[in-house]
Design a protein around this ligand. Structure first.
Ligand code: FES
Ligand SMILES: [Fe+2]
Length: 432
């Protein structure tokens, strides 16, 4: 059980708070590259700061204050013009470093006054990687955006999925080190929801947690499995400071503010060997709803939606003064302790866990990965359909199991990449 003060320390994300300062030492994914190609500005709220993300006509990405420093117009309605973002109200032009490039009427009225050199807009660095746009809100020196190993994999179909979840980010991240929930929240609850009674899913016999350079791993042995299984020998990753990595996908829990979280999912599906070489021209993105509009209830049908139901159910900010932690929460306790220590480290001016600055090291940052060989080398279609059912995430799936509402065109693209019959196409004619 934590004190109210510890709970606050874990959950507040504003600038100047311990956790807010810690989180500002890491790059946060905030949008998809393809999103800005579709629409060049996007309002972004990140760690309590209202900002605008944009792409200018020279291809620079900028992340600037939501409000124009002139008379505070909302710059998400501004438009890219040359090397900057032009305010729609009086035409002042800002660049991605925060400089004012033009003030049309001021320059006409007082050509020598150089007023524009005396105003700046708050601006943060943005970088594109793995189909995502990343933002860094912290102080210099700016670290590198990690090149996690899966970002370098070939022959995969990648998709990015966003969901906005109305609760604090940290209870979501606690789920990244919670092996036992899988058995109940996903397996057994899904069975109960579908009306299946009787048999339960295999139960957890043993769990283990280990710290490594970029986070923690959690390991499990389920009924019917042994210490030789990769779920025990490798495990899954609670990636520092706000991500779950399962091997085939990442889930970032990006703090919007103290009471809201942007879930950013990055999903890799290896194409069967028969479909190689496969090159993805554009990584698609979509937004998944979390509420059923008809009933006003949370959606429970997909894996991550079930997670969301658990997290929002804990309250906007979980009250950790009221919990009763047990053996299954050992990882949660380890992570809380570690992250509070890290926040203290930052307060002392030290570098926290997992910050990458060495370009050589960042060429490929290896992680514990269940089924690495499959992701790297793939397998034949038949093999993927038959031999990989045991480990969640690996079978050649027809339906997207993680989030509700995958658009038809993304599903069609996925099917084409995987050599599966496209939605609406008769399986026999496709096979012929
Ligand atoms: S408010 Fe932006 S130019 Fe006037
Ligand atoms: Fe889950």
């Amino acid at each position: 059980m934590l004190s109210a003060e510890q709970n606050r320390a874990l959950t507040e994300v504003g600038a100047g708070t311990p956790m807010g300062e810690l989180l500002r030492r890491y790059w946060m994914p905030i949008a998809a590259v393809a999103e800005l190609d579709d629409r060049p500005t996007k309002p972004v709220r990140l760690m309590g700061e209202d900002l605008v993300l944009y792409k200018d006509q020279a291809g620079n990405y900028g992340l600037v204050d939501r409000h124009c420093p002139h008379r505070r117009a909302d710059l998400s309605y501004g438009y890219p013009d040359g090397c900057g973002l032009r305010c729609h109200y009086h035409g002042w032009l800002w660049d991605h470093t925060g400089r004012c490039l033009q003030q049309p009427f001021e320059e006409t009225a007082h050509p020598d006054a150089k007023f524009k050199d005396r105003v700046r807009i708050k601006a943060y660095p943005v970088e594109a990687k793995a189909g995502l746009l990343w933002a860094y809100l912290g102080p210099p020196p700016v670290p590198l955006v990690p090149t996690w190993e899966p970002f370098t994999w070939q022959n995969g179909f990648v998709q990015i999925v966003f969901s906005q979840v109305p609760c604090n980010w940290f209870q979501c991240q606690e789920n990244s080190i919670d092996p036992v929930h899988f058995e109940w929240l996903h397996s057994n609850w899904s069975r109960a929801l579908s009306g299946a009674d009787g048999q339960r899913s295999p139960t957890h016999l043993k769990v283990g947690f280990e710290e490594f350079e970029y986070g923690f791993t959690y390991r499990r042995i389920l009924e019917g499995q042994s210490e030789q299984d990769e779920l025990w020998t490798v495990g899954r990753c609670c990636l520092w400071p706000n991500c779950l990595f399962t091997g085939g996908h990442f889930e970032w829990r990006v703090p919007i503010d103290d009471g809201n979280m942007l879930s950013v999912g990055w999903f890799f599906d290896r194409v069967p060997n028969e479909m190689e070489p496969y090159r993805q021209e554009r990584i698609p993105y979509w937004v998944s709803p979390i509420k059923d509009d008809l009933t006003g209830r949370w959606i429970t049908s997909h894996v991550m939606n079930q997670d969301f139901v658990a997290w929002v159910g804990q309250g906007t900010v979980a009250d950790r003064t009221q919990e009763h932690l047990g053996e299954s929460d050992r990882g949660v306790i380890m992570m809380r302790r570690r992250i509070l220590e890290d926040a203290e480290r930052v307060a002392k001016g030290e570098v926290p866990k997992g910050v990458i600055r060495d370009p050589e090291k960042n060429r490929i940052v290896r992680l514990p990965i269940i089924g690495r060989d499959f992701f790297v080398n793939g397998s034949s279609k038949v093999e993927s359909e038959t031999s990989r059912q045991r480990t969640p995430g690996l079978p050649l799936r027809r339906e997207f199991p993680f989030l509700v509402g995958q658009p038809e065109e993304v599903r069609a693209e996925y099917c084409r990449a995987m050599g599966l019959p496209e939605p609406g196409v008769d399986a026999r004619s496709a096979a012929g």
